[in-house]
Design a protein around this ligand. Structure first.
Ligand code: G4P
Ligand code: NA
Ligand code: NA
Length: 190
């Protein structure tokens, strides 16, 4: 997606050789017009599949999922929670996720109320690195007996193995910008 790639080139910064900072439009401040175009592009990529629900994980996935939902007939959006909360239903699906970036394990949780057997679910997220978060969400979709129809990613770091792991499992991944390398603090796309 050219618009996104240009935005990454003009506003993205490289911290070290691993992490791309996009706080100015995606992870902290959010540029709604760009996210709207991203939502539209996900619909274009997944025009051939029936989507009943969009699943993401808090926090950065939420805005992306909500924008995308408008183009999928305003299907419900559900985000997996990372924090135990007193308000969370007792009946929940849980999955353990290992974060390589943070080198720690955490749990993601979705109420059984908000994902149903037989539904077609599209996962969306901001980044795909090693695939931990997406694998946790696919585990929850399986526990619910729902169908994963695909994964829409805004920025894939193709030099990490998440995309390959998902595709080896037969999961369809559509990434709007694929980064080949951040070497020498230079952003190179695939
Ligand atoms: P993985 O799920 O693909 O294995 O990735 P990992 O655990 O390493 O990612 C941990 C967090 O870091 C995730 O956000 C992920 O979106 C984000 N992340 C991974 N690589 C990059 C990167 O190069 N740049 C940026 N900006 N973020 C990256 P999170 O902490 O779960 O939370 P949130 O931002 O959604 O709240
Ligand atoms: Na993030
Ligand atoms: Na994320």
């Amino acid at each position: 997606m050219e618009l996104l790639k240009n935005k990454i080139l003009t506003d993205g910064t490289v911290n070290n050789e691993e992490v791309l900072k996009v706080d100015s439009f995606l992870n902290h401040q959010i540029e709604a017009a760009l996210l709207n175009e991203i939502g539209k592009e996900f619909k274009r990529r997944f025009a051939d599949v029936k989507v009943d629900r969009i699943l993401t994980v808090e926090a950065s996935g939420i805005a992306i999922a909500v924008m995308a939902a408008q183009y999928f007939g305003n299907v419900p959006v559900v985000f997996a929670k990372k924090q135990e909360s007193r308000n969370l239903d007792a009946d929940i699906y849980r999955s353990k996720v290992y974060s390589f970036t943070k080198d720690k394990e955490y749990e993601i949780m979705v109420s059984k109320r908000y994902i149903s057997e037989g539904e077609n679910v599209l996962i969306v997220d901001d980044f795909l690195a090693k695939g931990g978060a997406v694998l946790g969400m696919t585990d929850i979709i399986n526990q619910a007996g729902a169908n994963l129809v695909g994964v829409g990613i805004v920025i894939e770091k193709s030099y990490q193995d998440g995309s390959q792991i998902l595709q080896e499992k037969g999961i369809r991944v559509e990434s709007l910008a694929c980064i080949k390398s951040l070497k020498d603090k230079t952003i190179r796309f695939k």
